[in-house]
Design a protein around this ligand. Structure first.
Ligand code: ING
Length: 308
């Protein structure tokens, strides 16, 4: 059993459309140093944290679209973050828009260890929103236009002495995300998110945005006996209000740390993998209690079909 360690969520405030990556990286380095000063071994940064949340814009020019993507990681603007982290011996997860050498585009998160090495890559599976232009809306949500669904599944890696996985934003609303990692004995899930409120897709629930944010991560943590860290890009970003509420959830489902602002803010909590074992060995002892012979519909059927 590995020793307890401190995890941080580095919530960021808005990133302006014209803000340079170098300027954002300076903010991220300040957050990294603050987390290190509080003893953190690993820091979760938000989804698409290097730029403004560009899926809110309808764009057709390929060059304009590709300007939001990273062709290399680390690249010239992000290398200082890797170098500072390695010098401090602290790891991190980082969300960004990935453009591969083959020209494929993903909403991606990487896991970097305390030596600055990328130990894992995750590509967002659940892409919300739409691919067509909806000009009557105050802003778009075009992740289905700008990204492909992730092609790496939901991997879990050995890192920081624990079993660590990642997810990105909308992924946190889907129980399958956590269960696939739970079946790999995950102990810590690092999630970045950009959640516009109003969501324009479900105005009926805008007053519950903060509740649904925490409900999703608390349920995932409890039902899979894992820690879950949610790191928001928050605040009023180019006229779009992004939900804050960054938090760290224990395997019990309890929130043990929560952001108090909608700006750059570090929150920390102690991760003790032994606490995961309480329910992994009892209530959620998958081997003892799950009955896979009855779960077939979960992967056999994509959309719901009513009874005959
Ligand atoms: N954003 C939102 C999220 O899942 C959304 C999209 C908002 C979906 C509200 C449903 C309700 O938090 C991203 N980037 O996935």
């Amino acid at each position: 059993m590995s020793d307890p360690f401190i995890v941080a969520a580095a919530q960021t405030g808005p990133v302006a459309r014209g803000e340079t990556r170098a300027a954002v990286v300076r903010r991220l380095i300040a957050l990294l140093r603050a987390a290190h000063a509080r003893g953190a071994a690993v820091v979760a940064f938000p989804e698409l944290v290097l730029t403004t949340f560009f899926p809110r814009y309808w764009m057709e020019d390929a060059r304009e679209i590709d300007a939001w993507f990273e062709r290399e990681m680390p690249g010239p603007e992000t290398r200082p973050l890797f170098e500072t982290a390695a010098a401090l011996g602290i790891g991190f997860s980082l969300g960004y828009a990935e453009l591969t050498a083959q020209g494929r585009r993903f909403n991606t998160s990487i896991l970097v260890d305390g030596t600055g090495r990328i130990v894992g890559t995750y590509r967002k599976v659940h892409l919300p929103g739409h691919a067509d232009h909806k000009p009557d809306r105050p802003y778009q949500h075009l992740e289905k236009k700008y990204f492909e669904p992730g092609d790496l599944g939901f991997p879990v890696w050995r890192a920081f002495g624990a079993h660590v996985g990642m997810a990105i934003c909308n992924d946190r609303r889907w129980p399958e995300t956590y269960r696939v990692m739970g079946l790999q004995d995950v102990e810590l899930v690092l999630i970045g998110y950009n959640t516009p409120v109003p969501s324009v897709m479900t105005p009926q629930y805008d007053h519950l945005a903060a509740f649904h944010n925490h409900l999703s991560m608390q349920a995932g943590a409890y039902q899979n006996a894992t820690y879950v860290v949610g790191a928001a890009k928050a605040g009023l970003e180019e006229g779009s209000s992004l939900l804050a509420g960054s938090c760290i959830v224990a395997p019990s489902g309890e929130i043990i740390a929560q952001a108090a602002s909608a700006d750059d803010e570090v929150i920390t909590a102690l991760v003790d993998p032994a606490l995961c074992q309480i329910n992994k060995r009892t209530t959620f002892n998958f081997a003892a209690h799950r009955r896979c012979e009855h779960y077939g519909l979960i992967t056999a059927r994509t959309g719901a079909a009513p009874p005959a």
